[in-house]
Ligand binder design. Sequence first.
Ligand code: BG6
Length: 489
Amino acid sequence: EQNPKAVIVIFGATGDLAKRKLYPSIYRLLQNNRIGKDFAVVGVGRRPWSNEEFRKNVNTSIENNVPEHEEMDEFLSHFHYHPFDVTNPGSYKELKGLLEELDHTYEIPGNRMFYMAMAPEFFGTIAINLKNEGLTSTEGWSRLVIEKPFGTDLPSAQKLNDEIRAAFSEDQIFRIDHYLGKAMVQNIEVIRFANAIFEPLWNNRYIANIQITSSEWLGVEDRGRYYESSGALKDMVQNHILQVVALLAMEPPIKLTDEEIRSEKVKVLRALRPLKENEVSDYFVRGQYGKGSIRNEDVPGYREESNVDPNSNTETFVAGKLTIDNFRWAGTPIYIRTGKRMPAKSTKIVVQFKDIPMNLYYNNGHNMHPNLLVINIQPDEGITLHLNAKKTGDGSYARPIKLDYCNNCIDGINTPEAYEKLIDDCLRGDATNFTHWDEVALTWSYVDTIAKAWSSVAAEFPNYASGTMGPDASDDLLAKDGYHWWPVT
Ligand code: BG6
């Protein structure tokens, strides 16, 4: 397979995402021979930077994020800066000239990746101007990569979608959900569909429940302004968590193409039982962190953070019970939880299998430990299978044992970062790990009811101390069904 040749245009080139993720990823793609020398990056931003200033910034970003780097001058020479006013058609005309020049210099056949890594209010304007000014009509391909948030509810997502669809067709649009670039999220399908011992059991007859936890110990940091209008439900559940749910619950695709996989994911999201506004409190719990202690350091509550309303009703924690109404899953709940200022940064899936029909063995007077399959997404990457076995000389006692597979112990530092994978996929035209509009629409419509129910009643916040696993109500949610959260830290 030939390496792709393209100009990557980054809107928001001076922003945080570009610095932390995009430049280092492009560098690693070059290091790993996923792109050749025939590429260029155009940074677009409001600031009046020169190429030199831009390259200095890119250089710092590589130094801070990539441990081994060399031949930086050659790499940086591919980077060009274009100061830009999003609403001025003249800016697009100049950009067009620059892109044509770069096509010529690097012998690029008009392939363009337009990466939106800036304030979402401009996504639509930029897309339509790119089209109107002719930047997307070349001999090669044009693709639009678009970051979250993709709208703030279904109507606004629909509006944004209509705007970008006026300029790009669905198969040219790559909506980023960076969880889909994570090695172990991509491994969910492989674990399920490449192992004869899991797939036959992967249903409501053998699985009691599935638990997805994505916790962070960081607070809202300097993102108060954005987070106030979002909250954990829209920030994490609508996108990352529901994508993971779809991968866990989908039927095996008939082929590994983006259309086939997507169509199975969409079916799961369609089977997700929608909540009525008055049932939301039976299925979903919200929380907001108060002050507390994280890693032996006192930290303030959410309402004391900068750019946050001192009476804020915004949730920083969500737990929920999802039910999927189809033959495979009816009766098997999927519990999810995510939040900030929890004890650790950790994303894990626990699949709890049903108990065996009767206990033949003793486990120190307790019931047998159920079998668990734990998929460790981060920071450890791998799987752990909890079984029962007898130690030598243990009579008729059975004890829980663990089989561990650690993915990043083997691939180590070479495990590609999510963004590196996603940029690589997009350059190669593979949309499997991006979200299709149908998925976005279904997840928003599910989440909108919850948001609506919550916005109409003020919450009793704060209701969990920083450094804890969220409010008690999150434990009660599972206790009602006779389950509990398995420890994940
Ligand atoms: C982002 C959210 O999409 O995902 C952040 O906006 C969150 O609030 C982040 O911290 C979590 O991603 P990761 O890869 O660190 O688990």
